[in-house]
Design a protein around this ligand. Structure first.
Ligand SMILES: Cc1cc2nc3c(=O)[nH]c(=O)nc-3n(C[C@H](O)[C@H](O)[C@H](O)COP(=O)(O)OP(=O)(O)OC[C@H]3O[C@@H](n4cnc5c(N)ncnc54)[C@H](O)[C@@H]3O)c2cc1C
Length: 365
């Protein structure tokens, strides 16, 4: 069989691309030796968040969030999609200035958000410590249990005829995708959605691993209502330091609390680093002292697929039949749906809801 498109990688990005392409009537092969949602997707936090690091990042996250909201009605209950909103927490006046800047940025672009003073922050989240300066509540942000959402997208693709191929890709050619078992999956176009492994197949993509740790607690319904992130998170997320931690907690619909986050460059192993976990939890206790009283049930690590300019690679690579959909770093759950639509539009030769240029693999990084 000759497929219209073969997608390498069945993480959330590959699954979303498969759902989008098969919806349009294209024949699709989805290739992964590890099953669905086992890579970075299995390790992530599932925060659907609009970010303002750059106009391009805002455009993709905002567009994707709208797509998530559209999808929400059909997502199965086990995807745990919830509109909890985000509160960016400010500790002092300097960070309140950043709250005001962020609020103006979002308000200019029509995104509903609200500045909280010290009292309204405590009312919104009584378990935060006293004495914090305030925060910014971004109402539209949400959380999703990304494993089940990815499985849903893959099943949707398969219901549209997508064939799942349990195999490792070892190379691309004009004919299609070469598999380690020797066979070639014949196709007209290839989508490289192999996450942190994308450069193994497309050397021109500059994607590196950025390791993260997460901790999940036992069930404490009502302990926290919003995704809470310190404004210093931006320093952690965008800094080039080898190791950084930031206060970042997420309420799960099970009553569990997901606690992050750490970022490390240059660490290739999946081991849990107890010192880093201590530093991450200590940071969280500074903001939410009562977290100390809760029991943690599991800690794990994962790799974010990071690019030098913090934007993913989306689109055709040079003059080839290969399209990149990789390098989404800490925003790949959020931006998976937007990425898929940009890939679908480019393959079908039509314009997109947002400008595709900033994500072109050929851009200078
Ligand atoms: C700790 C942590 C917290 C995060 N929190 C959030 C968050 O709150 N919100 C958010 O939006 N994002 C978050 N992320 C980021 C998000 O998880 C990733 O950006 C996203 O999962 C990337 O998806 P992907 O499909 O590109 O990659 P992956 O999920 O890694 O999928 C790639 C797939 O390709 C397959 N593959 C690799 N090589 C080959 C090959 N040669 N042949 C065939 N298949 C291959 C792999 O088996 C894998 O299944 C977080 C990440 C981490 C680590």
């Amino acid at each position: 069989m000759n497929f219209d498109v073969a997608i390498v990688g069945a993480g959330i990005v590959g699954a979303a691309c498969a759902a989008g392409l098969s919806r349009e009537g294209l024949s699709v092969a989805l290739i992964d030796p590890n099953g669905i949602a086992t890579g970075s997707t299995a390790a992530g936090m599932g925060h659907i968040v609009v970010m303002d690091d750059s106009d391009a990042q805002f455009a993709l996250t905002d567009y994707s969030q709208k797509l998530w909201n559209d999808l929400a009605a059909e997502l199965p209950q086990n995807s745990e999609y919830e509109h909890c909103g985000t509160i960016w927490v400010a500790t002092d006046e300097e960070e309140m200035a950043e709250v005001r800047r962020k609020q103006a940025f979002y308000a200019d672009r029509g995104l509903p958000c609200e500045i909280l003073d010290e009292r309204s922050l405590r009312e919104a989240e009584p378990n935060l410590r006293e004495g914090l300066a305030g925060g910014l509540r971004v109402k539209n942000d949400s959380v999703v249990y990304q494993l089940c959402a990815t499985k849903y997208l893959a099943e949707k693709a398969m219901a549209n005829g997508t064939k799942f191929i349990d195999a490792k890709a070892v190379g691309f050619s004009a004919e299609g995708v070469k598999l380690s078992r020797g066979e070639t999956i014949l196709c007209d176009r290839i989508v490289n959605a192999a996450g942190v492994s994308a450069p193994d197949l497309s050397a021109e993509l500059s994607v590196v691993k950025r390791k993260g740790h997460l901790v999940i607690t036992d069930r404490y319904p009502g302990f926290v209502s919003h995704q809470l992130i310190e404004l210093g998170y931006l320093r952690s997320a965008h800094g080039k330091d080898a190791d950084s931690v930031a206060f970042n907690v997420q309420p799960r619909s099970t009553g569990q609390i997901l606690l992050g986050s750490s970022r490390q460059f240059g660490v290739d192993n999946t081991d849990i680093d107890p010192a880093l976990v201590r530093s991450m939890t200590s940071r969280a206790f500074e903001y939410m002292p009562k977290l100390r009283e809760l029991s943690a049930v599991r800690t794990w690590t994962g790799f974010r697929p990071a690019t030098p300019d913090k934007l993913p690679y989306i689109g055709c690579i040079g003059d080839t039949n290969v399209f990149a959909a990789a390098g989404h770093e800490g925003l790949g759950i959020t931006t998976s749906l937007g990425t898929a639509e940009l890939i679908v539009d480019e393959i079908l030769g039509r314009s997109s809801a947002i400008d595709r240029e900033p994500y072109r693999p050929s851009r200078k990084v």
